[in-house]
Design a protein around this ligand. Structure first.
Ligand SMILES: [Zn+2]
Length: 158
């Protein structure tokens, strides 16, 4: 092969963009706060549990996520351990406590913890999938997407 053909072939090849490292723990921490794991500025959710299609700040794609039932499972496991431990501990130290006190403490605490932790765990799971390049996140890049104006424009149709 003549030397000029080799150099021509090398010039016509598209440059392959290098994959940027994605820190798992940093992404999970940002996801727990509901922030974009790519830029740490945009929000993952546009409503309580509704995920933006793209980050409103940097345009990173979120519609690849497959959170499914994992966030409720994790929430149930954590909340049940907290509330179950609390019930047993209170019953150990106050065995004659009237049942009405248990009814006033544990159901509201369970509800409050579930409502607080569910979006946190969903955000963390989406950020974990992003960091591990799962599903469609391996090809998602903010470089190819223009930033959007706000979360309302970026929300999904579902
Ligand atoms: Zn972002």
């Amino acid at each position: 092969m003549p030397i000029d053909m080799v150099s021509t072939a090398a010039l016509t090849c598209e440059p392959v963009p290098a994959k940027r490292d994605r820190s798992v723990w940093k992404s999970i921490k940002l996801g727990l706060a509901g922030k974009c794991p790519n830029c740490a500025k945009g929000k993952i959710f546009y409503r309580y549990l509704k995920v933006n299609d793209r980050c409103p700040s940097c345009g990173e794609e979120f519609f690849h996520h497959r959170a499914d039932d994992a966030p409720p499972y994790v929430t149930i496991v954590i909340v049940c351990h907290i509330v179950g431990t609390g019930i047993l501990t209170l019953d150990t130290f106050e065995p004659n406590l009237p049942l009405i006190y248990h009814m006033l403490i544990w159901p509201p605490l369970t509800l409050a913890l579930c409502l607080l932790l569910l979006p946190m765990f969903k955000g963390a799971l989406i950020a974990l999938q992003w960091a591990l390049r799962m599903h469609g996140f391996e090809t998602a890049s903010a470089v190819t997407q223009a930033p959007l104006g706000n979360g309302r424009e970026a929300r999904s149709a579902s």
